[in-house]
Design a protein around this ligand. Structure first.
Ligand SMILES: Nc1ncnc2c1ncn2[C@@H]1O[C@H](COP(=O)(O)OP(=O)(O)OP(=O)(O)O)[C@@H](O)[C@H]1O
Ligand SMILES: [Mg+2]
Length: 1261
């Protein structure tokens, strides 16, 4: 086909492969990918420039040898056609694409491909099989309706009626593609449209065969949950009025191996599981069945349940179907017994006895059950399961078999029984469907496995593919025949058609010395093996047949090139499967069974009892000629024939039948391996299209003239390619003329009587020409209209643009003028504004500078004033300190001078004391001295009073001056603070000046007036300050003079007090000395008196009594012993007093005239002096207190008024006071030292006089 297209394209390649032409390129994923030429193809090009649909650009290299161009895509008008042969380009990608578009986009599962109906399994229940649809299709022409299985059935039914010819519908396809479903729909169609005969339920019976056959012949596989494991051809018989009268079924190649072995995830035949699932029901109890997982023959696939299927219910429907077909209950149970027996047989465990023999343990539960179920003895069965007979020419002997062989024999027996049962059921179903009415015609429905190729292909695949080769040949022949008929009708020479014939492949398999022949031969050989058979195959066919090949790596396999694909078959087990032997002894045991059904199964057919009660001979069914008579006659011989041979014969019979009928083809396609609804896997689809002959049909079509148009159709469609002058009244002539012009090669078309026949691709070429012509015309129309539209638009735009420009320019000019004016105005405004801003800023700065200057100057002036003031005060302080230092120095000098003077005067005083001591011995002198002292004290007292008064006057004056001064300074301070406030106000006003520009002038005036005022105030303040300074200096002077006076006064007081003290001290010293001398004298006198006293004591005692009576009126004078005190001074005084008293008394008594009066006077005087001293002291203390209080008050006031200066004054005064005190202290010390010097010489009794002397000194101070 490729070569043909290549050749075809060689002519018109450069015309067809132009830019934008669409082609198909191979793709690993999608199988075929659509692409578009981006450049024209020229003869001699080695590659094509393509763009894929996703926009990627690729370079497609052409095969250098074949130079084949890629397949062209059909025009879009043809995509989705319900007949693939209507496609102009008939090739694999076109077919695949068309199917995909219909299936995926339109959810259409049926498509025609010529006479073939392609059915894609939707894996979804579709509402297209109801009785309304059947009625819709009934009586319609195929071309008038959408493709459908009903359309095919209708066509067959119609042709049967029309042509009086038997029909057959051949359904093929992969496992799970929907063959059985399609076959069932076809049968249902016939049952519905053909009505019923007088015999009720014939069509129901025909349909009832399906559940029975599915139960015993269908199983779950990995590819299909309800996979038919046999081929089936059912002939539905019709009477002369084309009503169903019966049916007959033929089966092919049941997969027996499934009975004993199931692959993973697979099941045995449904019926076993149906029985196991129903085993709990009482009616099945005797079968001794249980769960399917407990039986070896049902558990190997480990998948005993199908999702969505209830096996118990399924058994009911199976039994209903049996009943409907007239197979009575007892037969049904008999069948189930055999089936149960097979399951038990599978569980019979054969154990090794030794290496060559095996044994079944006695009382094997399953073997017992098996024997019971099939009515054989346990011993026989166990014997022949483990032994076999060997026949030689002379004798027969029993031989043990090893365990493996025994197990295989057991399995072979199970398979054999099942096969017998299957055949029996088929036979009895057929019997039930047989009718005594004369069959006029029939429609056969063939549901047979399609071409198969797996990883490992064995005998089964070989047989299946052989059957498919035969069917394909039949198909090819039929298509060819049809084509031929059409050509003849149209008076076109048929020799132009070329088609592929697969006869060589069939010959390779079935001819003499073919594969099957050699296999049978090898089976007959006593030492024949798979390997030796393979060797024979290689030797026979390798050189002679191109379709036979040997794989490079194996000596146990061969390859056959089938019409669909190359398949490699493994030779293993070919011989055994072909022989299909069973231990005849075992069969004989079964044949000897007490169970009649089993005996019937093994009866070899001829005497079978009808389960419906009818004998086999009573049927009266007329077999059609297609049924070979020998088929039944030779059934006993058939059994001895090999499987291959049997299959070949039955196939030959089938072909005979099919060839005698009009075939209708249904090709089922499985769109994906995952049972997904409406999912299309292009790889898998292409695989099946190649295998099921669809592409072959297309190839045959393409090889001839696949496209056919009536003259009218051609004229209508390609009128555009004709010129006016070409159109003639005769359309046929017109078409002929035009076509000859358009397509130069006369071989590309043929003119029939009513149709024009085109070779493949010619319609597409004509379509392209048409499309090009239309495109050119379209482009011209578009060009002109676009030109006209564009010009109109251009003119409109131009005038609009001119108007817009005019208005725009006017608008722009106005805007420019406005802009210039605004710019001018803005410049002027800016100028003035800037001026105002600058002036304002300048004025602000000026005012601020002035304020700053003012403040700075004021600050500097204040600073200067402060420094001057500080200097002044420093000078004063210096002055005072220097003065104080000078005074200190002076005082020290003075003290030392005084001390010198004191020393000198002491010396002089001592001298004078000596003189005075002499003088003081007279009373006159004492008197004079006392008088002088009193006068002097009086004078001194008077002078102190005067000085106090003076001091008071001066102090009052000072206080009044101080208060006036304080008031004045307070007033000045208030004035200064007011001025400062005014100044602050002026300052704040100056700050606010910037915002209060308008008030500036006013404020200025105010400022000047304020300044004037300030100036006057300052002048006034200056003068006032000067005045104050003057006054202060005057006051200071006054203060100085006052201080001086005060000092002078103090000094005077001091001098006076010093003088007084000196004098007093001198006087006291003198007096003390005097008293000391007196005391010494008194002591000596006392000593004398004491002696006198001792003398007179005796006298005293005598006189005591007399004295006591005379002195009774004066008791308090004497001190009693009991009143003596511990106080020393008191004691001293008392004793002294007593001494004096006693002394005076003694003197009185003894001397009478001694100076008692003087002593009394002195004592009296002393007492007076003491009292006086005490009063003076009190007075002095009062004065001092007063003086202290006054001074403290003065101090406080003075401090307040004069601050530091006054403090200085008080300090000074305090110093003077302390000096005074110190002097006093010194004086006391001197006095004490004087007393101390005088003390050591004096005794204890002199102390009272000393005390009295000190009291006098203190009194003086
Ligand atoms: N026309 C259809 N509509 C809906 N489902 C379908 C149709 N055809 C097939 N199927 C589904 O596909 C499954 C397999 O179909 P079927 O048993 O007919 O396959 P088959 O070709 O007979 O396979 P085998 O060769 O294994 O017997 C069916 O059980 C059903 O679910
Ligand atoms: Mg099937």
């Amino acid at each position: 086909m490729l070569a043909q297209i290549g050749g075809l394209t060689a002519m018109a390649a450069s015309e067809l492969y132009t830019k934008r032409a669409r082609v198909w390129v191979p793709d690993a994923e999608e199988v075929w990918k659509s692409a578009e030429l981006t450049e024209d193809y020229r003869d001699g090009n080695t590659s094509l420039q393509l763009m894929l649909e996703d926009g990627t650009n690729i370079e497609h290299k052409l095969d250098p040898k074949t130079k084949n161009l890629p397949y062209l895509r059909n025009p879009d008008i043809l995509v989705g056609e319900n007949d693939l042969t209507a496609l102009s380009y008939l090739h694999e990608p076109a077919v695949l694409h068309n199917l995909k578009v219909r299936f995926m986009d339109s959810k259409l599962i049926y498509t025609y491909c010529g006479i073939i109906l392609v059915a894609i399994n939707p894996y979804e229940t579709l509402q297209i099989y109801g009785s309304d649809i059947i009625n819709a299709y009934s009586g319609q022409n195929t071309g008038d309706m959408d493709p459908h299985i009903f359309a095919v059935a209708e066509e067959a039914y119609k042709q049967m009626a029309r042509d009086e010819r038997n029909q057959s519908i051949i359904v093929s396809g992969e496992s799970g593609a929907g063959k059985t479903v399609s076959a069932k729909y076809a049968m249902r169609y016939f049952a519905t449209v053909s009505g019923t005969t007088s015999e009720a339920n014939v069509e129901q019976k025909v349909l009832a065969s399906n559940p029975i056959m599915e139960a015993i012949g269908n199983a779950k596989t990995t590819r299909n949950d309800n996979s038919s494991r046999f081929g089936k051809y059912i002939e539905i018989g019709f009477d002369t009025r084309f009503r169903i009268i019966g049916a007959n079924m033929r089966t092919y190649l049941l997969e027996k191996s499934r009975v004993v072995f199931q692959a993973d995830e697979e099941r045995n035949y449904h019926v076993f599981y149906q029985l196991c699932a129903s085993s709990h029901l009482p009616e099945y109890e005797k079968l001794k069945l249980s769960n399917a997982m407990e039986f070896q023959y049902t558990k190997q696939g480990r998948s005993p349940v199908i999702e969505g299927v209830d096996d118990t219910k399924e058994l009911c429907s199976t039994r209903n179907a049996f009943t409907l077909l007239g197979i009575n209950e007892s037969y049904q149970m008999g069948l189930f017994q055999v089936l149960a027996a097979i399951l038990h047989l599978g569980n019979v465990e054969i154990k090794d006895r030794d290496s060559d023999s095996s044994i079944i343990p006695p009382n094997n539960r399953h073997l017992t059950a098996f024997c019971e179920l099939v009515g054989v003895t346990y011993e026989d069965m166990s014997q022949w399961l483990c032994h076999r007979k060997l026949k030689t020419a002379t004798e027969t002997y029993v031989k043990t078999v090893p365990r493996l062989m025994a197990t295989n024999a057991r399995d072979a027996l199970a398979k054999h029984i099942y096969a017998k049962l299957f055949n029996w059921i088929v036979e009895h179903v057929n019997k039930a469907l047989i009718t005594n009415i004369k069959q006029h015609s029939f429609i056969g429905v063939l549901d047979i496995y399609g071409f198969e190729t797996f990883e490992i292909n064995s005998f089964e695949q070989f047989c299946i593919n052989y059957a498919n080769e035969k069917l394909q040949q039949q198909f090819n022949m039929h298509v060819f025949k049809l084509e031929q008929e059409e050509y003849m009708r149209e008076q076109i020479p048929w020799t132009l058609i070329d088609f592929y014939d697969n006869q060589p492949c069939i010959n390779l398999i079935e001819a003499k010395m073919g594969i099957l022949d050699l296999l049978d031969e090898e089976c007959k050989m006593p030492k024949g093996t798979d390997d030796s058979w393979a060797q024979k195959l290689y030797n026979t066919h390798l050189k002679t047949c191109s379709l036979f090949e040997k794989p490079r790596m194996s000596n146990r396999a061969f390859i056959i090139e089938h019409f669909a694909d190359k398949v490699e078959y493994q030779c293993d087990a070919f011989l055994e499967k072909n022989k299909d032997t069973v231990n005849q002894d075992q069969v004989n045991v079964l044949k000897a069974s007490k169970f009649p059904l089993l005996v019937e199964l093994f009866q070899d057919g001829e005497k079978a009892i009808s389960p419906t009660g009818q004998g086999p001979g009573t049927g009266g069914r007329t077999r059609l000629s297609v049924k070979p008579v020998k088929g039944r006659e030779s059934s006993s011989k058939e059994n001895k024939k090999t499987v291959g041979c049997q299959f070949r014969n039955s196939l030959a019979m089938l072909m005979e039948t099919l060839n005698a009928t009009t075939p209708h083809y249904v090709r089922c396609i499985k769109p994906n391996d995952f049972k997904l609804a409406f999912t299309f896997d292009p790889k898998r689809a292409v695989q099946q299209l190649r295998a099921c002959g669809v592409l072959e049909t297309i190839r045959i079509s393409a090889a001839g003239f696949p496209s056919r148009w009536t003259y009218q159709e051609f004229f209508s469609r390609y009128r555009v390619l004709m010129k006016q002058k070409d159109v003639l009244p005769d359309k046929r002539l017109t078409c002929r003329n035009v076509l000859e012009k358009l397509v130069e090669d006369q071989d590309k078309y043929q003119f029939g009587k009513t149709k024009i026949f085109f070779r493949a691709g010619q319609v597409a070429y004509l379509e392209k020409l048409r499309a090009d012509k239309l495109r050119v015309a379209c482009i011209r129309i578009q060009k002109t209209i676009r030109c006209w539209l564009e010009r109109k638009r251009y003119l409109r735009k131009r005038s609009a643009a001119i108007t817009v420009q005019r208005f725009t320019r006017g608008y722009q000019a106005r805007r420019l003028v406005k802009f210039m004016r605004r710019t001018q105005a803005a410049t002027t405004i800016q100028k003035y504004h800037r001026m105002v801003v600058e002036r304002t800023r300048y004025r602000q700065k000026q005012a601020a500078a002035l304020v700053v200057q003012t403040l700075l100057r004021a600050y500097m002036a204040r600073q200067m004033y402060q420094s001057l003031l500080r200097e002044q005060k420093v000078v004063i302080i210096q002055k005072r300190v220097r003065g104080w230092l000078a005074r200190c120095w002076y005082k020290r000098c003075l003290e030392s001078i005084v001390y010198l003077q004191c020393c000198f005067r002491r010396m002089k005083a001592r001298r004078q004391l000596k003189k005075l001591k002499i003088e003081a011995r007279s009373v006159e002198h004492f008197k004079k001295l006392n008088k002088g002292m009193e006068n002097k004290i009086m004078q001194l007292q008077r002078k102190i009073d005067e000085q106090k008064e003076n001091h008071k006057v001066v102090k009052d004056r000072l206080v009044s001056m101080e208060t006036s001064y304080t008031a004045e300074s307070e007033k000045l301070r208030a004035e200064v603070s007011r001025l400062r406030g005014v100044e602050e106000d002026a300052k704040s006003k100056g700050i606010r000046l910037s915002s209060l520009q308008e008030e500036l002038e006013k404020l200025k005036k105010e400022l000047t007036t304020t300044r004037k005022e300030k100036k006057t105030i300052e002048d006034w303040a200056k003068t006032y300050r000067e005045e104050m300074e003057k006054m202060v200096s005057e006051l200071k002077k006054q203060n100085g003079t006052l201080t001086k006076d005060n000092n002078d006064l103090n000094r005077m007081i001091q001098e006076q007090s010093q003088q007084m003290t000196d004098k007093m001290a001198h006087a006291i010293v003198q007096e003390t000395q005097q008293l000391e001398t007196d005391l010494n004298e008194e002591r000596s006198r006392y000593q004398n008196l004491l002696r006198e006293h001792l003398l007179m004591e005796e006298k005293y005692d005598d006189l005591k009594e007399a004295m006591a009576s005379s002195n009774a009126s004066k008791p308090g004078h004497r001190r009693k012993d009991s009143t003596h005190s511990s106080n020393e001074s008191e004691y001293t005084y008392n004793s002294e007093y007593a001494e004096l008293e006693e002394g005076s008394r003694a003197a009185e008594d003894v001397t009478r005239g001694i100076d008692t009066s003087l002593t009394l006077k002195l004592q009296k005087r002393l007492t007076e002096l003491e009292q006086e001293k005490q009063s003076l002291r009190n007075e002095l203390e009062n004065k001092e207190d007063q003086f202290q209080r006054a001074r403290a008050r003065d101090d406080v006031e003075f401090k307040k008024a004069r601050g530091a200066e006054l403090e200085y004054e008080s300090l000074k005064r305090q110093e003077l006071d302390s000096e005074n005190k110190k002097l006093k202290h010194d004086l006391v010390e001197i006095r004490q030292s004087l007393l101390g010097k005088a003390g050591p010489g004096a005794g204890g009794p002199r102390l009272p006089s000393l005390q009295g002397g000190v009291g006098a000194a203190e009194l003086l101070l």
